[in-house]
Write a protein that binds this ligand. Structure first.
Ligand code: ADP
Ligand code: MG
Length: 366
C-alpha cells in the first residue's frame, strides 16, 4: 500500500429530485482512498453505498462537490462521452449480477472493453483475454457462453472483463451478493491478490464478514461517513451510534511529545486516537519513566478513570515521533453510550480490568 491518492471526494452531495420532493442521499462526503488499498464500503440497505460508488465511477454525477480519480477531476471538464471513454481506460467495474453479454462467449466478453477503448492490437486481444481468464481460473471455459458456467464463474469472468484494459482501479458493487460463500471466497481472494499487485479495489458490500479481508473499511450511515477510528474503537455500536459519536465528538491536535493527561489528574473525557501514536507512561518517582503501552489509531484511553470515577492511573502523552489527532467524547456522552450499548459496556469493562492489571505489575517493577 502507498500514500498516493487514487480517489478523492470533497464535500460530495447528491440530492435526488422527484415528484415527492427532494431527497439528499449523500450529505457532504469527504474521503481519500489510496493506491493499492482494498477498501470495503459497508452500510445498511439504502444508506447510500451504490450512490457513493456511482460518484466514483462517473456513472452518476454529484449535485455538488468534487471527485478526483487517478488525478482526473471527473466532473470538471469532461462531457458524458469523454467520461465514458476515460472510465473504460481507468477503471474496471464489477456488478452484483455480472452483466455479461449472454450471446457472447466468456472470451468475447473479456475482449469487449479492449474494443471499446481501442486498446491493444486487434490480433493481440484474444490472447490477452485468454490470459485474463487464466488469471481467474477460467482458461478451460473461455469458449463457453455465460449460461453454461456457474454463477461464481460468471463473476470471475466479469472480473477478468473488468481487468481487460489493465486499469489501476477496480470498483465492485455487491460483487458477492449473488454467490454462495465458497464462490464469494474465491472472488475475495482474487481481489486481495490484485490489491497486492498494486491495484486499488473498492468493494461495496452489506456482508460484514468480508471486511476482515480488506485493508480498510468505510462505513456509511444515512449518507454520511463514520469516522474510521470510531468504528475501530467501538465496533459493537450500531452504525447510527457510530455516526452520532463522529458528529458530536470534539477534535484535538497534540504536538509530538506533549502530555495529554498527567498521572493523578482528573479525567473528564474518553479519547479515541485517530492519527499518530500515544504512550501510556508511569512517570517514575525514583527512576526513569516506564512506557506501559503504546496506542495506535483506533485505540482509546480515559475509560478506566471514567468508569471508576478516579484520578488517572498513568500519564498519557503523544509519542515523540509525531503529532497526534484525538476525538474527545465528554464523560456524560460516554456513559450514555455505554447504557445504549451493553455489548460495548461489557467489552470496555474487560479492557479496564486488563489495563489495571498491566499498570499494577508495571508499578511493582518501578
Ligand atoms: P444502498 O446501495 O446503500 O442500498 P443506494 O445508494 O442505492 O443505497 O440508495 C440510497 C437511497 O437513495 C435510497 O433511499 C434510494 O431509494 C435512493 N435513491 C437511489 N437512487 C435513486 C434515484 N435514482 N432516484 C431517487 N432516489 C434514489
Ligand atoms: Mg446498493
Amino acid at each position: 500500500m502507498s500514500a498516493i491518492p487514487m480517489i478523492e471526494l470533497r464535500q460530495v452531495v447528491k440530492t435526488f429530485k422527484n415528484a415527492a420532493g427532494e431527497f439528499t442521499v449523500l450529505k457532504g462526503i469527504d474521503l481519500t482512498l489510496h493506491q493499492g488499498e482494498f477498501v470495503a464500503i459497508v452500510g445498511k440497505s439504502g444508506s447510500g453505498k451504490s450512490t457513493l460508488l456511482n460518484m466514483m465511477t462517473g456513472i452518476d454525477h454529484p449535485s455538488s462537490g468534487q471527485v478526483v480519480v487517478n488525478d482526473t477531476d471527473l466532473y470538471a471538464r469532461m462531457n458524458e462521452s469523454q467520461r465514458s471513454l476515460w472510465r473504460g481506460k481507468n477503471m474496471g467495474i464489477v456488478f452484483q449480477f455480472f452483466q455479461l453479454l449472454p450471446m457472447l462467449t466468456l472470451l468475447e466478453n473479456v475482449m469487449l472493453p479492449m474494443d471499446y477503448v481501442g486498446m491493444y492490437d486487434f490480433d493481440e486481444r484474444p490472447e490477452r483475454a485468454l490470459n485474463l481468464l487464466k488469471l481467474v481460473g477460467l482458461e478451460n471455459q473461455a469458449n463457453k457462453l455465460p449460461a453454461a458456467v456457474s454463477t461464481g464463474q460468471q463473476q470471475a469472468a466479469a472480473i477478468a472483463r473488468a481487468l481487460a484494459t489493465d486499469p489501476p482501479l477496480l470498483v465492485a458493487d455487491e460483487p458477492t451478493g449473488n454467490l454462495d460463500s465458497r464462490s464469494a471466497d474465491i472472488i475475495i481472494n482474487l481481489f486481495q491478490a490484485l490489491a497486492d499487485q498494486g491495484k486499488t479495489i473498492v468493494m461495496v458490500t452489506h456482508d460484514p464478514s468480508l471486511t476482515s479481508r480488506t485493508s480498510r473499511t468505510i462505513i456509511i450511515s444515512d449518507g454520511e461517513l463514520v469516522d474510521e477510528a470510531v468504528a475501530q474503537a467501538l465496533p459493537l455500536l450500531h452504525h447510527r451510534q457510530m455516526l452520532a459519536i463522529t458528529k458530536t465528538a470534539g477534535r484535538k491536535h497534540i504536538e509530538a511529545g506533549q502530555m495529554i493527561i498527567s498521572r493523578d489528574s482528573q479525567v473528564d473525557a474518553f479519547y479515541i486516537l485517530c492519527a499518530g501514536t500515544v504512550d501510556v507512561v508511569l512517570t517514575g518517582k525514583k527512576r526513569e519513566d516506564t512506557i506501559v503501552s503504546r496506542l495506535e489509531p483506533g485505540q482509546f484511553f480515559g475509560e478506566v478513570e471514567l468508569l471508576r470515577g478516579d484520578k488517572s492511573i498513568a500519564s498519557v502523552r503523544a509519542a515523540s515521533d509525531g503529532p497526534v489527532e484525538l476525538l474527545v467524547i465528554a464523560r456524560n456522552a460516554f456513559l450514555d453510550l455505554l447504557k445504549q450499548s451493553p455489548l460495548t459496556e461489557e467489552t470496555i469493562a474487560k479492557i479496564v480490568q486488563r489495563r489495571l492489571a498491566e499498570n499494577k505489575s508495571a508499578d511493582r517493577r518501578e
